[in-house]
Ligand binder design. Structure first.
Ligand SMILES: C[S@@+](CC[C@H](N)C(=O)[O-])C[C@H]1O[C@@H](n2cnc3c(N)ncnc32)[C@H](O)[C@@H]1O
Length: 282
């Protein structure tokens, strides 16, 4: 069962319309891949169509089934994704999340380096988390994203991320302009811009573990995670930017998990796999 979402302040849909939307989404879920293929083809035809228009057309951001009580009582993991490239710019008449492929000329005219505008990194990172068996087993506690500009937002663990990049950008553009996105008919915010610093939302007894290729301490992640006490709340901090590294300050640990520089998504896949092994998730 899936539910649609709405941006705060939007017109409430009549009940019949909501039912139709839910029905549409159920069909959408069954045939998601085929639908996405069609969607991509349509977007290609549209060329650089407005992300706002795409977001407006979105019938809803579904949520997955929430964990049952047993899973909620079990230990979970928190992810903090730092320095995400999510900046809204006014391109023509529309507000869009800026990216190096579609907005290179626009960025150059403003003396900005297009290579710094990579929202695809945070999209892939979030898909790595939300698609993992760990999340499906209800062990994802929270995800916090901090943008390059310092905007912090929370994503609820049961949100189903838009799979296409254009839809993702549409959602992020709406979030950064309206500051929250709620499920239709519910007051709960599925995505919500919150005040810094992230430490005020972390549970007691949290251990913030920063990841960087340049960290001095190199670990075998599977052994590292297996050795962590279940009394501690694990918080993994991973960079979602193209260049540079995350801040080492305020980390209880700062580790390298591989002899090669990895993408954020690959790092997150590894963390999820290590936790799945630790918690016997198959
Ligand atoms: C695209 S990388 C950013 C590259 C940046 N030079 C760095 O190493 O921090 C994205 C993120 O993945 C993580 N990462 C990449 N390779 C890693 C490695 N070998 N060990 C630990 N973390 C890594 C870091 O958190 C990094 O910020």
């Amino acid at each position: 069962m899936v539910r649609p979402y709405a941006v705060k302040g939007r017109r409430k849909r009549p009940k019949r319309e909501v039912e139709e939307v839910i029905e549409e989404q159920e069909v959408e879920e069954v045939n998601e891949e085929e639908e996405n293929r069609g969607e991509v083809e349509e977007m290609e035809k549209e060329g650089e169509g407005s992300q706002d228009a795409v977001a407006d057309e979105m019938v809803g951001l579904p949520v997955v089934a929430r964990p049952i009580d047993d899973a909620r009582k079990q230990k979970g993991v928190i992810f903090v994704l730092e320095k995400a490239s999510l900046e809204v710019g006014k391109v023509g008449k529309n507000f869009q999340i800026l990216n190096s492929d579609d907005h290179a000329n626009y960025l150059r005219k403003q003396n900005r380096n297009p290579a710094d505008y990579r929202p695809d990194i945070i999209h892939q990172a979030l898909l790595a988390i939300f698609d993992s068996p760990l999340t499906k087993a209800g062990r994802l506690q929270a995800v916090y994203v901090k943008t390059e500009k310092g905007v912090l937002f929370e994503i609820k663990p049961y949100v189903r991320m838009p799979r296409t990049f254009k839809r993702f950008c549409g959602l992020m553009s709406q979030l950064l302009q309206k500051l929250s996105i709620t499920a239709v008919g519910k007051r709960e915010k599925l995505l919500n811009v919150i005040k810094n610093p992230v430490s005020r939302y972390l549970p007691l007894n949290s251990r913030k573990i920063g990841l960087s290729y340049s960290a001095e301490r190199s670990v075998n992640l599977f052994d590292y995670v297996a050795a962590a006490s279940d009394d501690i709340n694990l918080v993994f901090v991973v960079g979602a930017m193209a260049h540079g590294m995350i801040d080492k300050e305020n980390m209880e640990d700062f580790i390298s998990i591989c002899n090669y520089p990895l993408s954020a998504a690959c790092c997150l896949n590894r963390i999820c796999s290590a936790l799945e092994q630790k918690w016997n998730i198959r």
